[in-house]
Design a protein around this ligand. Sequence first.
Ligand code: NAI
Length: 710
Amino acid sequence: MIRYDIRPDGVAVLLWDLEGQAANVLTGDSIERYGELARRAIADPAVRGVVVASAKKDFLAGADLTKILPGDMDRDTYEKRILGFHRIYRDIETSGKPFVAALNGSTLGGGYELALACHYRIAADNPSARFGLPEVTLALLPGGGGTQRLPRLIGIDKALPLILSGKVLKVAEALDHGMLDAIASADQLLETACRKALELAAGDVVQPWDRSDAAPQVKDNAAFEKAAEDMRARTRGLQTAPERALASVREGMAIPFDDGIAIETRNFVDCCFDPQSSNTIRTSFFAVRAARKLASRPDGVPTRQFSRIGVLGAGMMGAGIAQIAAAAGIEVVLLDTTMEQAEKGRDGIHARLERRARGDRAALDKAEGLLARIEPTDDFDRLANVDLVVEAVFENRAVKADVTRRAVARMKPGTVFASNTSTLPITGLAEASSQPDLFIGMHFFSPVDRMALVEIIMGEQTSDTALAHALDFLKAVRKTPIAVRDGRGFYTSRVFATYIYEALEMLEEGVAPHLIEEGGLLTGLPMGPLALSDQLSIALAYKVQCQERADLGDAFRETAAYRVCRLMVDELGRKGRSDGAGYYDYSANGDKSLWPGLAGQFEPLADQPAPAELAERFLMLQSIETLRCLEEGVLLRPIDGDVGAVLGWGYPAFRGGPVAYVDTLGQAAFLARCEHYAARYGERYAPPENLRRMAANGERFYSAADPSRF
Ligand code: NAI
């Protein structure tokens, strides 16, 4: 509902208060209702001015993302609909009556565009409020006039970087940028806005863009070029939404305002019909939210509270886990082999927090409080009273078995024991516990305090209780979980490894190393596979494969990855970045360049492939391995694969994840590409059965129309 009141002074207040919703959002219905009420106010001679306000915590959170995409609508109908909304805003702007937006809280996306279509913007002095146009972060562009009004209001130099990055500003910054006209205290906001409306009513009420056709010049504008360049450096030209936003501004500024709106609308509709938007909105918005709300938590297990946990191993991961638990108000017993080691772990946290506080008193006090909750110890008896134990000792079966036995013997019955192993199958590790049903994998990513994802791994005997408690803990420490079944490499390491392993196959094929790196970057992943492999350590990858060889015995198949790692580590002594030499050379100042000797280790291909083809191979293999994880039941739901990829190894959100990539290509087309590559490169490209089935039945994984369904 939008309430409509006329005050005795002749100001009509349109108060947004949509029922049944936590926040005001724009939908076709709510915009039309707003238009009706605005036209009523415009037509009423008793109304001198209008104030648009909100009864919720925020002003307007933006468009309702469940409804923003066209769904079954065809392009023309959809475009006409959007132009209809613009008509409403234009009627308001050109009515001659002042509309003042009273922004009590966050005003984002379509909400900020609605405010731009008012004549004046006053915001409450609210420290948690944010203002701006974050549309590109969801692979859309500001399609409510934002690409036309903002540059005309505050200039291209300020507007374009915001539009292209989706950055949102706090109230003081927004005022500074000219995105707001004034700030008032929260309790005075409405009164101030009404007074302003009356004041404006006394003069000419015209928007800057309706005064003349003069718009900021794009041609020879250094700020424009700089913003475009920064955007391409960030997106490598792979993301369509910021490109379309840029085109809307470039073309729109050279023509009259209403023609600019038509251009923006066409570009916006293009974004809506582009799979990049549905892929991004599904995975980065709806699926991540559902994961945080524990969509995969088993029913019937009472919620578990955590006031005290134990962390075994105070190394890099253990200290990180202790830190995030303590930050969430949980007490932590941080155990290592000696008191000295345990204290070293806590001191490391201290140093990190101090560095980050940069002298800020409040942050330092907070750090002290956090550290006070961490108790370093070498005594397993201290685990008698904890609600959960997370193990993060060396990645070694015997060491892990030893600490598991000692910890479980002291823990209260019913307490879950979680291992942060990155490679060892959970079912095997659980054998060391007298309570294998309460044993679970909880795979954090490094750095723990920065990485949102945690992969939960269920062993063969893991119970619903263990899963539910693990999920409850991750909610308490504000992480985003996916739950998978046990298997070598679980889900994330298994699929991510294909990116690096395929690069090593390419090296053996004789592909030039720089083309491999270029191909990797064209996928949209943050780093090339060789640079990444250096960073993660070639020696470690080799060790993992040697372990696999030992475990599998005769069943082990020697791959190019194994041979290349052996060559690099055993023969060439180039173990990766921390050793100063790997696929790259590293100079003292941190620069790196591909090792010139690398290409010479392999017989070069006469015909070098295009980087785009290499990119396709990387993407296809990640998808194929993900489909296999689905088929084998390692993944329980397709969406977990996509969330895990985007949050776990930086798979580009605009592609939606390795499952969404199959949908985007289409199952039949994807199958044909598999067969093509399988004929050239062998088994690893062999199409999984589930893909064949889906292609034959014309099925897809996700709804193309509604990104909130998965
Ligand atoms: P780390 O070497 O930094 O820390 C291990 C800590 O465990 C050391 O402080 C060591 O003194 C302690 N420790 C060893 N034996 C112990 C025992 N018997 N009792 C108590 N403490 C003992 O290793 P990091 O990197 O923290 O890894 C720990 C675990 O986390 C490993 O299982 C690793 O595979 C896993 N992991 C590592 C990731 C990474 O990026 N480094 C990512 C995800 C998981």
